[in-house]
Write a protein of this length. Structure first.
Length: 239
């Protein structure tokens, strides 16, 4: 078995990778083993070279394309995607960008205009209003609606992880209920942070609704102006 988790950043990629990897006994591919860039061309060449071994799982923030699905299905590999409340996902993205800022952005992450600024800085509000976060929501919408990936909502994993993971596994391959229970125990935020120093920094215990205590009315105005259509398509209320 192979699983590719294709979803926008900060939607629960590491969590579902841990959960599904534990359920099915899949090894996480190391960054050096993965395609060098998150593009269709790099994915196609990587697969053609036989670099996606059986018994592994990895995640990447690919834009949706039918070609990626065709390639994955031909290997074969299962496709999984996640959907998360856009407001919460943005706040989580903001916090991750601040970590990169503190490390001098050694990994050359984008959205540098958001780094080193408080969340309520006018620059961040303007970034939202000008559509700077739209690509992440388009990516989520496209993968969610393509009909070729198993869709998991971040909020469902929090509310009832057994039910959410059981439903996802039913669409991937039969799974032992005991393995599902064990995966949930093995993939708590605390357990994941203990896996490595990188995971310790990467994993936040962000519960649904986290944005409510952090965003201001200016942020909400910007979201309404720039992303109302996508928020509704993703199935979340516009605030």
């Amino acid at each position: 078995m192979r699983i590719l988790v294709a979803a926008p950043p900060k939607t629960g990629n590491m969590w579902i990778k841990c959960l599904l990897g534990s359920v099915y006994g899949l090894r996480w591919l190391k960054p050096i083993e993965q395609p060098r860039q998150s593009t269709l061309r790099h994915f196609r060449d990587w697969v053609a070279a036989g670099s996606f071994p059986d018994g592994t799982i990895y995640h990447q923030h690919y834009d949706y394309s039918p070609e990626i699905c065709d390639i994955a299905e031909a290997i074969p590999a299962h496709l999984v995607t996640l959907v998360r409340d856009p407001y919460d996902a943005f706040v989580s993205t903001y916090h991750t960008l601040q970590q990169h800022f503190e490390e001098d952005n050694k990994k050359k992450r984008r959205m540098v205009e958001l780094m080193g600024k408080p969340l309520d800085d006018p620059t961040i509000v303007e970034f939202l209003r000008e559509g700077g976060y739209r690509n992440n929501l388009l990516k989520a919408r496209d993968w969610m609606s393509c009909g070729r990936a198993v869709v998991i909502r971040y909020e469902d994993l929090h509310a009832d992880p057994v039910a959410a993971l059981t439903s996802a596994c039913a669409l991937i391959a039969p799974a032992d209920p005991a393995a599902i229970e064990a995966a949930i125990e093995n993939c708590t935020p605390e357990a994941m942070r203990q896996r490595s120093r990188g995971m310790e920094k990467h994993v936040r215990e962000a519960k649904p609704g986290d944005a409510r205590s952090k965003l201001t009315e200016a942020h909400y105005d910007a979201f309404r102006d720039a992303y109302r259509d996508l928020i509704e398509e993703l199935g979340y209320p516009v605030r």
